[in-house]
Design a protein around this ligand. Structure first.
Ligand SMILES: NC(=O)c1ccc[n+]([C@@H]2O[C@H](COP(=O)([O-])OP(=O)(O)OC[C@H]3O[C@@H](n4cnc5c(N)ncnc54)[C@H](O)[C@@H]3O)[C@@H](O)[C@H]2O)c1
Length: 322
């Protein structure tokens, strides 16, 4: 069983590689190192069952894997996680994000069709945009501004999902889709602009926490180990071709509450400063998990406090000079 993880040197991808390797699988991490880091997968590089291929999903994937010494006919499963995901990158790399989730996703699906591999597509809660309904059910079609600041990501992921549906329908590719809600944990980049690593870096630096808007907007935060468990169930359970699920925590909290939790658990004395809310920032986020429970028997198991403690410990040990 050879599994390719695109975006495998990123935050989520590196945890997924670790989990698959832990179960004896042969894993190919395919990554252009745009927002990922080689250090995230450095602990696996001595294993014979692990191969790192530096390459871009926007290029012909079979050629890229071949160049990296991976026989494409061996590929059974592809977890397609490659995509910048940080709001900071939406402003700096919009075209790359659009192309990665469109051309890159097409390339992944073409390879899967050629070698009869299964695909798991990492979609996002951002397909719901700034939702008018809470919790967000799979049937809710979203509220996205196709010309807004976040459009390169939101619309590209929506297009990526449509490609997956089309390749399943027209080419018989076994594609499963997960809509990921905010997930956090060790190996996030301290400078990647997402709220948990930003707050953790700020408390450890002894600076004030930056809250955008008045901090009453909500999110639900999932610890990375729970997400990886959901990914693997979605890929490994038989009979789920063409299906889509939400993966996220249902514990909806305000950004102010998150700031307080992180400040308390770090035992620092940081205050909070308020900055204007960016355009199109969603006000609420909470997944409806009915279908996830039905298909995967899956529930989050790690509390926010436990997950934040592990994340702070990791940042203390590894990221303080970053
Ligand atoms: N972490 C979350 O809360 C979250 C939420 C929703 C969706 N997602 C999705 O999960 C996936 C992984 O996100 P993450 O949080 O680990 O982000 P990340 O930035 O840490 O990881 C993304 C990885 O993809 C690689 N990459 C980007 N473009 C590429 C390309 N064109 N070719 C090859 N590699 C490329 C990056 O170098 C990086 O290693 C993304 O698709 C993201 O949209 C994540």
């Amino acid at each position: 069983m050879t599994t390719v993880v695109t975006g495998g040197a990123g935050f989520l991808g590196s945890h997924l590689c670790e989990s698959l390797l832990g179960d004896g699988e042969t894993v190919v991490c395919f990554d252009n190192l745009g927002s990922g880091r080689r250090t995230n997968v450095a602990p696996f590089e001595d294993l014979d069952r692990f191969t790192f291929v530096e390459g871009d999903v926007r290029a012909d994937l079979a050629t890229e894997l071949d160049r990296g010494g991976v026989p494409v006919s061996d590929v059974d499963r592809i977890y397609h996680l490659a995509s910048r995901a940080s709001p900071v990158d939406f402003g700096e790399h919009p075209q790359e994000i659009l192309e990665t989730n469109s051309i890159g996703t097409r390339n992944v699906l073409e390879l899967a069709a050629d070698v009869d591999a299964s695909v798991l597509y990492a979609s996002t809660s951002e397909v719901y945009g700034d939702p008018e309904e809470t919790p967000q059910t799979l049937e809710y079609n979203g509220n996205v501004d196709c010309r807004g600041e976040r459009a390169c990501y939101d619309e590209a992921k929506r297009f990526g999902e449509t490609l997956c549906v089309t390749y399943e329908d027209r080419h018989g590719v076994d594609v499963r889709t997960v809509r990921i809600f905010n997930t956090y944990g060790p190996r996030m980049r301290p400078d990647d602009g997402r709220v948990v690593p930003t707050f953790v870096r700020q408390v450890l630096d002894g600076s004030d926490l930056t809250v955008y808007g008045d901090g009453t907007q909500t999110r639900s935060f999932l610890y990375v180990d729970d997400l990886v468990c959901g990914f693997r169930r979605m890929m490994e359970r038989p009979g789920l071709a063409g299906d889509v699920v939400n993966l996220g925590h249902t514990n909806e909290i305000t950004i102010n509450e998150l700031a307080t939790t992180i400040a308390e658990l770090s035992a620092g004395d940081s205050g909070v400063v308020y900055e204007p809310l960016p355009e199109d920032d969603p006000q609420r986020r909470q997944p409806d998990l009915s279908r996830t429970r039905e298909l995967l028997d899956w529930e989050p198991t790690v509390t926010l406090e436990a997950g934040i403690e592990r994340t702070i410990a990791h940042f203390r040990e590894n990221e303080l000079d970053a």
